[in-house]
Design a protein around this ligand. Structure first.
Ligand code: HEM
Length: 807
């Protein structure tokens, strides 16, 4: 478990959480656990181990994943039970023929239960086979899944003999993996079970922790709705007196099996005769064949094993086990140190031996956990494939619906996000933005000229829209090599703000009613019946942006090379896989870049403008500082000079604090570990803080909004006021504030365009201060027009926006 001790959880912390799997006491060296990889297509499963010399040869039977080659392969013995000898380990391996010649008329019955419950004996009795290796104590013999076939009442019945959980040799993870491999691969072959026989030895004088754990796992992988197809059978009646047996049977039925029975499971006794075994089997033979829960979760819903009900159970058990082992190791280490100090050599040697064994156990737990996570990563590759197929399908339909999930910003999957973000990153480095700077200088002056032209009109206008003409032109120029002409046009209409808000307005609807996204594809056909905003959305997403992308592609195909490569030309040329370079995907990326790159910076500028025009003591101080580097307001110094100015710097930072950045609770998921939230809370009216410890289970989405963080009164006293001077402190106080400033986010999802945003903000604010603010007055604008009211991914104020007149 990892500890989160502050509320400001970031990706950085998650990265840290994931890398601190254990605080290893480790005097014994920790080796990377041996991993068992998936056999390659058409590779003989028995050769898999021997071919990987020195790699993953284990002293256990292979739990390698099954693939389609298994379905086609032949066995040495004609495919009856499919045993063959593994060259390296000498262990029996039966996976090869498990699915062979399975037809829908065949009856498949799984036999499950703990090691020592008599599963193989039961199958031997039912099939008359005498060559099955049966364990005679609590040591397991079934370390692989075996299929044994027989004829009962003239029908072919196949018994699936599965290893039990709490096995002597295999960990629960390995057992689950083995069963999952078999079942999920069988799903694609429409292999359904007719029933399950769950055996329990009545000779066990108590139902142990292992037995209840086994039952839990069994229930999760079977699924409640399938319990009606289960027979709970008690075995080994010859080893107890009738009275003992009866008492235990009652306890099982009334306590441990009551839920199963309530869901329709049947109960019976099994004696050692063939007749009894066959009778039990025939109770299931007429059932409607069904898929187990685990099969549906993996085969149909494409879930990774660790995300299935049974997998989650295993993962949580592993987590508990790891904690326990870690605790025990720490205690043992202390004991070792004490014993070493006492110079008791014999005791020390014994303890060291024990310590090594414990370390071995810990390594095994970690290796199990890692394997489950690796399996999930594989599934995530498959998910990427699935997503790109979906995009292709949409494109083929002709309705090029662009939804933000096609952009890096909207991509939930960690690996896919990484893949999509990588080729964009270089465009937003400080160096690259410095290269773009001349264009930004030009745009800044066009903005000032545009605003000053309003002096002729003498009418109030929405300042944020005017600023958004500036930010939209810059990002369009960078993405496609051409601006939108918003700065040069007279007035502020049209601009991109309405289109962006028409997208933002849908985010919550789509977030909570995801299927509505599908309706968006019908928008082009329905556009004329829809409101202006939605029509704008449809047009922008389906026509305007895809057209730009297509033009960029056509330009490239025609061999036209621009002096400065545009973002999308570079993306087309990048080594992204072809399926990631579709028009729909790139249009999604455009929406994200335009959305993220326009509203954010323009609203920050508007917020800062409001405070500079309403708090008269700030502007003179700022102007004085700026005069030290600005000789001619029409020829500004570079961004690198401006950002060195301390007062300008703190004005900007305070503006970003009260703009918040992305105000939505953008979700983060710790995928590999449970998190412990450690904090304090002081109830109203009390002075004594209460210490809180909450466990946040892995896989749970959590999020924190900058709107809360930026108003932490302990860090930012009088937090609702615009006080740039608060940032002029040094040391811990400043560090605490920086840590709590979340305007650009943190970690691997941090704002990609941060350098562009800063460059725009520094240059625009400087130019505005000298050229425009002396002519600008607020018009019917109060603090409510810049105060956060609600969240549309970005913060939205309650009023009518920042309106100004130019004189
Ligand atoms: C003052 C201006 C800006 C602020 C405060 C801001 C803030 C943010 C924040 C908080 C995030 C992270 C969201 C999350 O946690 O998932 C973000 C992401 C992003 N921002 Fe900005 N942003 C600004 C300007 C820009 C600009 C000018 C661009 C240029 C295109 C841009 C592009 C992006 C992109 C592409 C992402 C997604 C990054 C990813 O998920 O990989 N932003 N922004």
């Amino acid at each position: 478990m990892a500890i989160i001790s502050t509320p400001d959880v970031s990706d950085d912390e998650f990265a840290m959480v994931n890398s601190t799997t254990l605080d290893s006491p480790a005097p014994v060296s920790y080796q990377t656990p041996k991993l068992i990889s998936r056999p390659q297509p058409n590779q003989h499963p028995s050769k898999t181990n021997s071919d990987r010399a020195g790699d993953a040869v284990t002293d256990k039977p292979s739990t390698s994943r099954l693939d389609d080659s298994i379905f086609d392969s032949q066995t040495k013995d004609g495919g009856h039970t499919g045993f063959f000898q593994d060259n390296v380990t000498g262990l029996k391996n039966s996976v090869k023929s498990l699915y062979k010649k399975f037809t829908s008329k065949d009856i498949l019955i799984a036999v499950m239960g703990m090691t020592g419950s008599g599963k193989t004996t039961f199958i031997a009795n039912a099939t008359g086979r005498t060559d099955l290796k049966i364990g005679h104590n609590l040591t397991s013999c079934t370390q692989e899944i075996q299929i044994i076939e027989t004829i009962i009442d003239g029908r072919t019945v196949r018994f699936v003999d599965t290893p039990g959980f709490s096995d002597t040799y295999l960990s629960d993870t390995e057992v689950l993996e083995m069963i999952a491999d078999y079942l999920s691969a069988g799903y694609s072959k429409e292999m359904r079970l007719s029933g399950i026989i769950y055996l329990h030895p009545i000779s066990d004088n108590r139902v142990t922790h292992h037995a209840t754990k086994n039952l839990d796992m069994f229930r999760k992988l079977t699924g409640e709705k399938n319990l009606k197809n289960v027979i709970l059978a008690t075995s080994m009646w010859d080893k107890v007196t009738p009275e003992e047996g009866l008492n235990r049977e009652l306890e099982l039925k009334n306590k441990f099996w009551s839920v199963f029975i309530a869901f329709g499971a049947q109960y019976c006794r099994q004696d050692t005769s063939a007749k009894s075994a066959k009778q039990i089997a025939s109770m299931l033979m007429d059932n409607e064949p069904f898929y187990l829960e685990l099969q549906e979760e993996m085969g149909k819903d494409n879930k990774a094993l660790k995300d299935t009900a049974a997998g989650r159970e295993i993962m949580s058990q592993l987590s508990l086990l790891k904690e326990q082992q870690q605790r025990e190791l720490t205690e043992m280490k202390e004991m070792l140190l004490r014993t070493a100090a006492e110079e008791n050599k014999a005791a020390l040697a014994a303890l060291e031996e024990h310590y090594k064994k414990m370390m071995h156990g810990m390594e095994k737990t970690i290796s199990d956990e890692r394997r489950m996570n690796e399996e999930a990563a594989r599934s995530s590759d498959e998910k990427i494939k699935e997503l790109t197929e979906r995009i292709h399908k949409l494109e083929k339909k002709g309705s090029c619906v662009v939804i933000a999930t096609f952009s890096g910003f909207g991509t939930a999957d960690h690996n896919l996000h990484k893949l999509r973000r990588a080729p964009l990153t270089k465009f937003f480095s400080k160096l690259q933005i410095t290269k773009l700077e001349p264009e930004i200088h030009k745009a800044v002056h066009l903005l000032c000229d545009k605003l000053l032209r309003f002096a002729d009109k003498k009418e109030p206008f929405d300042l944020t829209s005017a600023y958004s003409c500036f930010t939209s032109d810059v990002i369009a120029e960078y993405c496609f090599g051409e601006n939108l002409g918003f700065l040069q046009q007279d007035g502020i209409e049209p601009n991109f703000r309405r289109a962006i808000f028409s997208v933002l307005n849908t985010t919550y609807v789509f977030r909570f009613i995801p299927w509505l996204k599908t309706l968006a594809s019908t928008v082009p056909y329905m556009a004329k019946y829809l409101s202006e905003d939605v029509r704008m959305l449809a047009e922008t997403l389906n026509i305007t942006i895809p057209t730009w992308i297509k033009e960029t592609k056509a330009e490239m195909d025609a061999g036209i090379v621009r002096e400065r490569e545009t973002i999308f030309a570079s993306l087309f040329r990048s080594n992204l896989p072809d399926e990631e370079k579709t028009i729909a995907r790139f249009a999604g990326e455009t929406v994200a870049l335009f959305g993220a790159g326009t509203e954010t910076t323009s609203w920050t500028l508007a917020v800062i403008t409001y405070y500079l025009l309403t708090q008269p003591d700030i502007l003179p101080k700022l102007t004085e500082e700026l005069r030290t580097v600005v000789d001619d307001p029409k020829s500004l110094p570079p961004w690198s000079t401006l950002e060195q100015l301390p007062y300008l710097n703190v004005v900007m930072t305070e503006g970003l604090r009260l703009f918040y950045g992305v105000s939505a609770r953008t979700a983060r998921i710790a995928t590999e570990e449970d998190l412990v939230y450690h904090g304090t809370w002081t109830p109203k009216g009390s002075k004594a803080p209460i210490i809180l410890d909450y466990v946040i289970p892995r896989g749970m989405a959590i999020g924190m909004t900058s709107v809360i963080m930026h108003h932490d009164e302990d860090i930012f006293p009088d937090s609702h006021s615009f006080i740039p001077e608060r940032w002029l402190v040094k040391g811990k106080q400043r560090r605490d504030m920086e840590r709590s400033l979340f305007a650009f986010g943190k970690g691997s999802r941090q704002c990609l365009g941060m350098n562009l945003a800063y460059c725009e903000l520094y240059l625009a604010l400087t130019a505005l201060i000298f050229r425009v603010y002396p002519h600008m007055q607020l018009y019917e604008t109060t603090v409510k027009d810049v105060t956060y009211d609600h969240d549309l991914l970005v913060p939205v104020a309650r009023g009518n926006g920042v309106r100004v007149v130019i004189t």
